[in-house]
Design a protein around this ligand. Structure first.
Ligand SMILES: Cc1cc2nc3c(=O)[nH]c(=O)nc-3n(C[C@H](O)[C@H](O)[C@H](O)COP(=O)(O)O)c2cc1C
Length: 407
């Protein structure tokens, strides 16, 4: 696969993930040693200058996030790896952790050194018991070899709530509370776990860190899209020939993803739409396939890069049926803490059910649009804010599909 570029997945299939010696022989833990030879600020600056932005969905500059924790004095600081991966169609973090757990541990330990944290947690999706096992074995081996120094890492398992991938709900869950989002600010970098400065980064974000320290910020900055440098790991599902995982520089296009790596639409059928970024991602028509897959280019067309989940739909797909199921998902997963999300997701599902059953009217479409706009602006966390995305983008890009269902 000529276009693929493996940075995060550099050890995939090449080492035995259950043997720390393999990782060390491949150059592993050298970046942590190198980081410890630098000042904390030098490490933070290297990550900041690399331009690495979070791979969990929000796209925030990782080094900048680390600097908030570094600059907040506290007797205890934490590093949290978000491995909740509850997004339907996303399995990139599982692939990274299953195949190269030490690169995630090393990334976390480098972060711990940089910000002054001695404790790390990996919050792993509860449906990934095998991954939890791999991570625990890797931690045990790293501790036995002494490579982590005074940095301790513990794995915590989620219990199946989608909202617990949201960073503050995740922190509540680690603390033993019900997984509900907190008001922000303060952001976790300043007041996170038990009120202490806490860096929360995604698995893929941490997996980029060792190689950035090894090869330098300038090397990383030169790859992919200038404002969202590096690579992105994508997972392909739906009506596509290759349902697989791969890593591409971020200046590739959606067409490269679906037709290049994905091999195009399965069964010789025509393309209808692609949803990128998971359940809350926008629905993209054929006319937008030449958009670059970097964070900002995706936002510019009203879509999201999100977690990098890519769901392809062929010409036979009933889009409104798909949208109805998505609204049901959000109704089910809304934690209920804020009214716009608790009520909004429920009403949105009701209206979509009505439209999908052929009983909807133009007035229902107008109210759906209005409700979506209100939720985007009024919901407390990203779950409710992003939930209307699929509805709003299909209303914009696939309006005839709605019109065809009206009673
Ligand atoms: C409903 C919801 C679910 C989320 N799920 C995840 C997830 O599974 N993994 C993840 O890394 N980030 C997830 N996020 C984003 C996190 O809140 C946060 O932005 C991210 O962990 C920060 O890491 P990053 O800067 O490395 O991307 C989710 C956000 C929301 C609103």
């Amino acid at each position: 696969m000529a276009e693929e570029m493996r940075i995060v997945l550099r050890n995939y299939g090449k080492i035995d993930p259950l043997k720390i010696e393999d990782y060390i022989n491949a150059g592993g833990y050298k970046s942590l040693a190198k980081a410890r030879g630098l000042s904390q600020i030098q490490v933070i600056d290297e990550v900041k200058n690399s331009g690495l932005r979070g791979r969990g969905g929000a796209g925030f500059n990782a080094g900048m996030k680390w600097s908030f924790s570094y600059n907040t004095p506290a007797d205890q600081k934490y590093v949290v790896c978000n491995a909740d991966e509850g997004e339907p169609g996303t399995y990139k973090d599982r692939i990274i952790m299953e195949n190269d757990p030490h690169t995630v541990l090393e990334g976390m330990a480098i972060c711990g050194y940089a910000v002054g944290a001695t404790k790390g947690y990996i919050y792993c999706r509860g449906e990934y018991p095998y991954v939890v096992d791999v991570l625990n074995k890797a931690i045990t081996q790293a501790k036995a070899q002494g490579v982590l120094g005074d940095f301790d890492i513990e794995v915590r398992m989620g219990a199946g709530a989608y909202v617990c991938g949201e960073e503050t709900a995740l922190l509540e869950s680690i603390e033993g509370h019900r997984g509900e989002p907190r008001f922000k600010p303060p952001f976790p970098g300043v007041a996170g776990l038990w009120g202490k400065p806490t860096v929360v980064n995604n698995v893929e974000t941490f997996a980029n860190i060792p190689i950035i320290l090894e090869k330098g910020a300038d090397w990383f900055k030169g790859i992919g899209a200038p404002k969202y440098p590096g690579t992105k790991v994508f997972t392909l599902t739906g009506d596509v020939v290759n349902k697989t995982v791969f890593e591409l520089p971020t200046n590739m296009t959606i067409r490269d993803v679906v037709f290049g790596m994905g091999g195009g639409v399965a069964g010789g059928k025509k393309f209808k739409a692609v949803q990128i970024g998971g359940t809350s991602g926008g629905f993209i028509p054929e006319s937008m396939l030449d958009t670059q897959v970097d964070f900002d280019s995706m936002n510019a067309i009203g879509a999201t890069l999100g977690s990098g989940a890519v769901f392809v739909m062929d010409e036979t797909t009933d889009l409104i049926d798909v949208i109805e199921r998505i609204t049901k998902f959000f109704e089910h997963e809304s934690c209920g803490k804020c009214t716009p999300c608790r009520e909004g997701t429920k009403r949105m599902h009701e209206i979509l059910k009505k439209i999908n059953s052929g009983k909807g009217s133009g007035a229902d479409i107008a109210i759906t649009e209005r409700l979506g706009q209100v939720m985007t602006r009024a919901c407390l966390c990203g779950l409710g804010q992003a939930a209307p995305g699929p509805v709003l983008t299909t209303l914009k890009n696939f309006r005839p599909d709605y019109n065809a269902k009206l009673g």
